[in-house]
Design a protein. Structure first.
Length: 214
């Protein structure tokens, strides 16, 4: 799951559903918080208190206890804007989470530093990113999407084929394939990006990915 943006109600809904599915591990791919200072305003921002930067709601930390955390661009901006001494201790695990989580099967990350490409108008995909295993699982774009990557020969970028999503139905990942899984967002997104709150279950043993929404 990813892109909570401070929405504790939707986070609670997703976590309840996810844990009922009996998963082995929950991974949150960043943007847990919502920074009130946009990236264009960040360079000139003068710090005048924690509340001016983000809503430091400790309920977020409580809900995410035991969850594997990855940091997003919101966490990085907050960290840059708030003096270290001003940060409550409970925020640090969320703000200082690693940039990614890797297994032999997949690379899990928020996605903001990845090389993004627009294979279709309005549909962005980090098709040129490093994928050491079978899949790259990411957030940041607030869209439920699945692409298979096809090599195009020396010197040519890979082709990103968008695959149909049927919520609640596992999609098998071919042993010789490389895939990009856009999880979808916990927070509300525009209707053209799919329903929300959304999340995905990656079954590494069965080599499937299943998108879900509440």
């Amino acid at each position: 799951m990813t892109d909570v943006h401070g929405d504790t109600a939707r986070l609670r809904t997703v976590l309840t559903a996810v844990r009922e599915q009996g998963v082995d591990r929950v991974v949150c791919l960043g943007d847990v918080f919502e920074c009130r200072i946009g990236k264009r305003e960040a360079a000139g921002h003068v710090y005048d208190g924690l509340a001016g930067v983000f809503d430091a709601d400790p309920e977020l930390a409580r809900l995410l206890e035991g969850v594997e955390l990855v940091r997003g661009n919101q966490e990085e901006r907050i960290r840059a804007l708030v003096p270290d001494a001003e940060l409550p201790a409970w925020t640090r695990p969320l703000l200082d989470a690693p940039l990614e989580h890797r297994t032999a099967f997949a690379r899990y990350c928020h996605g903001h530093p990845l090389p993004w490409r627009e294979p279709e108008p309005g549909l962005w995909c980090p098709a040129d990113a490093e994928i050491p295993g079978r899949a790259l699982v990411h957030g940041h774009h607030h869209r439920s999407a699945l692409h298979r990557l096809w090599p195009q020969g020396a010197g040519r970028p890979v082709r990103a084929e968008r695959l149909p999503i049927r919520f609640g139905e596992p999609y098998p990942l071919a042993p010789d394939g490389r895939y990009v899984v856009n999880v979808g967002s916990v927070t509300a997104c525009s209707p053209d990006r799919g329903p929300s709150p959304a999340w995905a279950v990656v079954d590494e043993a069965a080599a499937t990915v299943t998108h879900h929404h509440a």
